[in-house]
Design a protein around this ligand. Sequence first.
Ligand SMILES: [Zn+2]
Length: 147
Amino acid sequence: MPTPDPSQPFDFYGLPILDRWTVDYPIPHLLVKVNGRDKCPKCPFCGSENVNYHMKKTLTLRDAPFQGRRVTVSVEMSGNQCGKCGRKFMPPRAFQDGRQYRTPRLREWILDHAQEKTHTLVSMTGLGWSTVNGILKQGQQSPASPA
Ligand SMILES: [Zn+2]
């Protein structure tokens, strides 16, 4: 059985945390479930506040390591449909790195730890080798990084 561990603060982009638990074997891992539903969304097309949920979806993302554990976050999402113009849209997702199944802060964490060996980064984050290498390569091409 996973052990609930509510003692330590974990923040996920300010979203309400529904559940969290840790797993110690085979790899220390923190699993978190958050509510990513936008409670009061406005239609981005016509501005109407008459918005209905039209589907439920769970988005599972890798997040930056927390207190030496891998982190996986399940974000409960819902698609929205405007009651006025009928268009469908997703709430904004500041916690997702583009279309990748990871958070922007995980990408930043990898770049901050670029001096570590790749297998260490893979093991600490749960990302694949090619993903880690891709992030490092992109980071090196960024003009903000030293050459
Ligand atoms: Zn609308």
